[in-house]
Design a binder for this molecule. Structure first.
Ligand SMILES: Cc1cc2nc3c(=O)[nH]c(=O)nc-3n(C[C@H](O)[C@H](O)[C@H](O)COP(=O)(O)OP(=O)(O)OC[C@H]3O[C@@H](n4cnc5c(N)ncnc54)[C@H](O)[C@@H]3O)c2cc1C
Length: 448
């Protein structure tokens, strides 16, 4: 183990897509940097997701500008291992200075000199800037209403891998964002009886008039929306690239055999209670769906595009019985439910980051990733600068902005007044002060 203390200008923590994008932009601007990753490049895509997951966006869209998915139809949805391999190849492309298997354990501002002291599993690093690229989905969140019944198998969607992992019996999936919906669908297709608890959601059409919804959100400026619409803070987005990609339609899932229930409210003595809001949630999801079709039609008309009409996209299936006569209470044992999957989202853990960059709720205080603590940056968080920020293509653009900011600050600090310039022009006998390239070299050899 190396415990040598090394110096680096900019340290990036995490080598998921956010860390790789950061490294590319810092490299382009000539900023000496090092990326530390505690596991492997794009580990979340390798081992943090279920076996059958494919990207939610098509290959032409869910990628960085500088590289396409080799050997994959641009309209296909990349399997998760292909996504991981893509980021590994991308990092190789520009020889990103990434050290894997090194965990950052503590970052603290120096009190007597500029920069930060960084404790890692391999020793101590001094850095002028720290970019936090540790991901938006770090800690699975299971709400406190989860029953304490030990006879039930309860896992978070982050632990779900495949249907065979669950004991025999019916499954309650709580949460109908992209994860919950895809997992419920897979379980039902594997022969399980499935109950799916549906809260507020948006469910854009997979494609409309020969364009994927990723294209529509792009041309309509929705990926670039800078803040969540008021009232939409707790609305999840339900989309799927599974089986070649399809529109998430809850009524079709019900037709297929999944029993829909409203938002899960409580568990008492083996009985689950659901809010009476299923029909409302579906209606609001429909409104969002139809609003996108309207906006797409208007865009086509305004721009005179020749894209085929698709009136059938507006046809809605009739409400199934589980919507017209909603289940408000469900005895889990009577329903044969042996497992609950909590597809209820994630939180973040910055306990290792001992800096003044957080609000009272522990969320980063920042402007487009430039934090309230000078020298500390965040990248990859949802809505960091816009709707697309936590997604593959969006993070690349946010990383560019942050790298620019770092380069500008370095340029200010490189300024020398006349007396300093004269002193530096005088013959030097001591060459101890390391140049940027020395620091870069140190970083590459110091941590293994
Ligand atoms: C189920 C699911 C499906 C998704 N599908 C899509 C999709 O299809 N398209 C899309 O655009 N987005 C998708 N996303 C969203 C997002 O693109 C991914 O979650 C992506 O992995 C986020 O990338 P990231 O680099 O920000 O974080 P991560 O991929 O989580 O990378 C962070 C890295 O930091 C490392 N790390 C953390 N702490 C430390 C530390 N202290 N020291 C060193 N290393 C550390 C971790 O090991 C990890 O490798 C999906 C998300 C989920 C949950």
């Amino acid at each position: 183990m190396t415990v040598e203390k090394i110096q680096i200008d900019t340290l990036v923590v995490g080598a998921g897509q956010a860390g790789v994008a950061m490294s590319e932009h810092l490299s382009r601007l000539g900023v000496p940097h090092l990326v530390l990753e505690r596991n492997r490049i794009a580990e979340a895509w390798r081992t943090g997701r279920w076996d059958s997951l494919v990207a939610n966006g098509p290959a032409w869209h869910d990628r960085f500008p500088g590289l396409e998915f080799e050997g994959l139809d641009p309209d296909a949805f990349a399997p998760k291992d292909r996504v991981a391999a893509y980021f590994e190849a991308y990092a190789r492309k520009f020889n990103a200075p990434i050290r894997t298997g090194v965990e950052v354990r503590r970052v603290e501002r120096n009190l007597d000199r500029p920069g930060f002291t960084v404790e890692t599993s391999e020793g101590v690093i001094e850095a002028n800037q720290v970019v936090v690229a540790t991901g938006p989905f770090q800690q699975p969140v299971i709400p406190p209403i989860a029953p304490e019944d030990t006879s039930l198998t309860q896992i978070h969607s982050a632990e779900y891998r495949n249907p065979g992992q669950l004991p025999e019996g019916a499954v309650l999936v709580v949460g109908a964002g992209s994860s919950g919906v895809q997992i419920a669908d897979e379980l039902q297709r594997a022969g399980r009886q499935v109950y799916l608890s549906v809260g507020a959601h948006d469910r854009p059409p997979r494609a409309y008039r020969n364009r994927d919804f990723c294209w529509w959100l792009g041309v309509l400026g929705e990926w670039d929306a800078e803040s969540v619409q008021p009232g939409k803070e707790h609305v999840t987005i339900a989309v799927s690239g599974a089986r070649g990609g399809h529109t998430v339609d809850f009524r079709r899932l019900a037709q297929q055999g999944i029993t829909l229930v409203g938002l899960t409210q409580a568990f008492e003595h083996g009985v689950a209670r659901f809010q009476a809001n299923l029909a409302d949630n579906l209606a609001r999801g429909d409104e969002n769906y139809l609003a996108l079709l309207d906006a797409a039609d208007a865009y086509i008309a305004r721009n005179g595009l020749d894209l085929p009409e698709e009136p059938e996209a507006r046809a809605m299936l009739p409400d199934p019985e589980c919507v017209t006569r909603p289940i408000l209470e469900l005895d889990l044992a009577e329903a044969g439910i042996t497992s609950i999957i909590w597809a209820t989202g994630y939180s973040v853990d910055y306990s290792w980051l001992k800096v003044d960059a957080f609000n009272a709720n522990g969320r980063p205080r920042h402007q487009r990733g430039v934090s309230a603590e000078p020298g500390v940056y965040f990248v990859g968080l949802p809505w960091l600068s816009r709707r697309g920020s936590a997604f593959i293509w969006g993070v690349w653009h946010d990383a560019k902005h942050i790298a620019d900011h770092i380069a500008k600050q370095r340029a200010y600090l490189a300024y020398r007044d006349a007396s300093q310039r004269r002193a530096e022009a005088a013959p030097q006998h001591d060459t101890a002060a390391p140049s940027a390239s020395h620091l870069q070299q140190a970083s590459l050899t110091g941590v293994r």
